[in-house]
Design a binder for this molecule. Structure first.
Ligand SMILES: [Fe+2]
Length: 355
């Protein structure tokens, strides 16, 4: 094959691809806020973070300040108008000063909010079965957040979702290569669900293969076989990750084409003994804490990807052409996500200004 020159490199690929422009265009970022983040159900926080009556949390969805609070019987949400005027009392919200929003508690007691005044789906309909694989593990017992941190990363939010969706970057994770590259791993399936969601089916991780790590079977989440690892990748940027004894969620708030706020939560069971909780925290932090094996590698990865796609760089084509019968490195999850992204945006993700 002849070496590629600049002209051939820019040719339309003969496999599935998207344009790098969708990761850096300011117009696309703005449209995503309006056409995607203002429409979908967003998992904003966990019930255990607002456990008592009148506890509340404030967050941002598509540039709107949102407040959610515990009424004692249920959870309610509203646009946080008091943030826009003089600071008032939180209880003003109860008197109807904020525009009420649809809100539900679902899937491991996450609190879900949508800015859409007339949502087409309930949360259950929206998630479309993507949580079924871990439902018995996260809905049997009450969960509790034991870890929270947030990071503002100079990259596009979709690159963070991509890194949770594609698994060929596992070759970057020394820990995963040592503890996970067994036959079951390579047979693991990517399973698409309606509305752009994907889950990555489980396999057995051999934690003890890595020096200093231990088997996690004893503290498995309810109804979960020992040392299993499930991932749920929810459109447009929310990830739920169950590694046997510890559960993690990532939620994104895009702040610009090249800036994203990622919130990381770690969960155990509310009924944990002190010793059980300490072990879960250790299991969580040893992989996903700021000094864990994997998290910083993923963050460095997506930061690097982001810098190659800044505004002003030449658009290039990002290939999603791997077809391997839906197994772990098949790009079916990426193709599925970007097809839904195109539906919401009313445009093809292969489009570029140059095209
Ligand atoms: Fe990773």
């Amino acid at each position: 094959m002849a070496p590629r020159n600049h002209k051939t490199w820019l040719k339309k690929p003969n496999v599935e691809y998207i344009s790098s422009e969708i990761y850096h265009s300011h117009a696309i970022y703005k449209q995503e806020q309006e056409d995607i983040f203002s429409k979908v159900w967003v998992p904003v926080c966990h019930m255990s973070e607002m456990y008592n009556k009148d506890d509340y949390r404030i967050m941002t969805i598509a540039n709107e300040e949102v407040i959610v609070w515990n009424t004692g019987d249920s959870v309610e949400a509203a646009i946080n108008l008091q943030m826009k005027g003089p600071r008032g009392n939180f209880h003003l919200i109860h008197k109807g000063c904020g525009k009420k929003l649809h809100c539900e508690v679902k899937h491991g007691q996450m609190v879900w909010v949508t800015l859409d005044p007339n949502p087409k789906h309930t949360v259950e309909e929206w998630t479309a079965g993507a949580f079924d694989c871990i439902a018995d593990a996260i809905d049997t017992e009450e969960l509790e957040v034991f870890h929270y941190h947030k990071a503002v990363i100079d990259t596009n939010y979709k690159l963070w979702h991509d890194t949770n969706s594609e698994f060929y970057h596992d070759f970057m994770h020394y820990f995963n290569r040592v503890s996970g590259f067994n036959d079951e791993y390579f047979a693991r399936k990517n399973i698409p669900f309606d509305n752009g969601h994907v889950n990555v089916s489980s396999f057995t991780v051999n934690y003890e293969e890595y020096d200093g790590f231990e088997d996690r079977g004893e503290l498995s989440f309810p109804n979960l076989p020992p040392n299993q690892w499930y991932m749920v990748d929810l459109f447009p940027g929310f990830n739920f990750n169950l590694r046997g004894s510890a559960y993690r969620s990532d939620t994104v708030t895009p702040l610009g084409p090249n800036k994203v706020l990622i919130e990381f939560r770690g969960y155990g069971l509310r009924k944990d003994t002190k010793e059980e909780r300490e072990t879960r925290i250790k299991h969580h932090n040893s992989i996903w804490g700021p000094f864990g094996r994997n998290l910083h590698e993923d963050l460095i990865g997506v930061s690097g990807q982001g810098t190659t796609m800044r505004e002003g760089t030449e658009s290039r084509n990002i290939l999603h052409g791997r077809h391997e019968n839906g197994t772990i490195h098949d790009e079916v999850g990426m193709r599925h996500y970007y097809e839904k992204w195109g539906d919401f945006m009313g445009m093809s993700p292969t489009m570029t200004k140059a095209a």
